[in-house]
Design a protein around this ligand. Structure first.
Ligand code: ATP
Length: 364
């Protein structure tokens, strides 16, 4: 069950594969379920001993299910409490665990499938947080996959469930279905044309949440936005999935209209913005991750609009993640401080975008 994170760093997670329906704008679709064991207190009230016991029980069940050949893919279990900080950060950048899971303390783990489509966090805010991520707009099959994983766990353990309320969760906002359905959208033209706030205000009015690249409380870096349901009670899983799915075509139409407007009204300015971004990424000698995300966003839009021809979307998507701090260090195989990371990031970008890379220094 061992997984080599350095090897994993070389690949790209499923959600950034850059394929699937509407993948020019819809980066990925994610569904997660919050579940708890009936016989233990919620994590907020659990003792260290409870947490350790929950982790042991769930880990043992996973091993049993795996040994019985009931898990569809190759899976890996990681003891998150025992991981180095950089490895935990790496899993956050990969969107396989949340920042809270990386930063909290005590017995906790994560189950990851080899294709990185699914992961199950143990002892996050709830005892179990199951997630499935697919590239592009693909909520239906993500739902089918997560439903199967959920059924598998439900056959093994006794979930906290009330006939009246549904699944019981640590935070009342998740009670009921325990479901969050989200799509990660790339909306640079709505940002440039300053329409994004208006769009988000309308989404909030219909109870949809808008979050940044790393979920709750995170910034909208690289013009990536997650749109998800805010309510989990009083609606079925299908209705909640439909609510998010129904809004996506509307948002796609807005973003496409904004892109057409930019091309029609200010093509030179747009082309200049995209070309400058590409130029900086191909030539910079030192660059922060924030600036990289910002510039890659323009390049991504430029590729989709045919303004840049010699780089593909999967490459750009990969660069969004590979230039994050923990990935850079995993790829380099050494720990780097912030200023060395900026140099390493610039070198990595030049190498992957066809810029000039100096030959390795020779020793006399
Ligand atoms: N569509 C998506 N594609 C890729 N990653 C996603 C997507 N939606 C959410 N994530 C990632 O999942 C993680 C958790 O996100 P977030 O905090 O919004 O949701 P959550 O699991 O519902 O947690 P909470 O209960 O705190 O609301 C974050 O790293 C986030 O970036």
């Amino acid at each position: 069950m061992d997984i080599d994170l350095a090897e994993l760093a070389n690949s790209c997670g499923e959600w950034l594969r850059g394929s699937g329906p509407e993948s020019d704008i819809v980066i990925s679709s994610r569904i997660r379920l919050a579940r708890n064991l009936a016989d233990f207190p919620f994590i907020s009230k659990a003792s260290e001993q409870d947490r350790a016991q929950i982790e042991q029980i769930l880990h043992a069940k996973i091993e049993a299910v795996r040994a019985a050949g009931l898990l569809p893919h190759e899976v890996h279990y990681l003891d998150v409490d025992q991981l180095e900080e950089i490895d935990r950060q790496f899993l956050v950048e990969r969107h396989l665990i949340s920042r809270e899971h990386a930063e909290s303390e005590g017995a906790r783990g994560v189950l990851i499938d080899g294709g990185e489509q699914s992961s199950v966090m143990i002892n996050e805010e709830d005892h179990l947080r199951i997630q499935v991520m697919h590239s592009g707009l693909d909520l239906e099959s993500a739902w089918e996959q997560i439903n199967q994983i959920d059924d598998l766990f439900e056959q093994q353990v006794n979930y906290a469930f009330s006939d009246k309320l549904g699944y019981l969760t640590a935070c009342p906002t998740n009670t009921g279905t325990g479901l969050r359905v989200s799509v990660m959208l790339h909306l640079p033209a709505l940002v440039i044309t300053r329409q994004i706030d208006k769009v988000f205000r309308s989404l909030q009015k219909i109870n949809l949440a808008v979050r940044g690249l790393y979920g709750e409380g995170s910034q909208a870096m690289g013009d990536f936005y997650q749109i998800s349901n805010q309510i989990t009670l009083g609606m079925s899983e299908q209705e909640l999935t439909g609510k998010v799915a129904d809004i996506v075509p509307v948002l796609l139409a807005y973003e496409r209209q904004a892109r057409e407007y930019l091309i029609r009204e200010s093509q030179e300015t747009l082309h200049d913005r995209v070309s400058r971004a590409y130029g900086i990424l191909r030539t910079a000698q030192t660059i922060s991750s924030e600036e990289t995300l910002h510039l890659l966003s323009s390049v991504r839009m430029g590729v989709n609009l045919g303004l840049i021809g010699d780089v593909q979307i999967p490459t750009v998507n990969k660069l969004f993640v590979h230039t994050q701090p923990a990935h850079l260090q995993k790829l380099a195989g050494i720990e780097l401080d912030s200023s060395d990371r900026n140099i390493q990031r610039a070198t990595y970008l030049r190498r992957h975008l066809g810029g000039e890379v100096p030959p390795p220094a020779t020793q006399n």
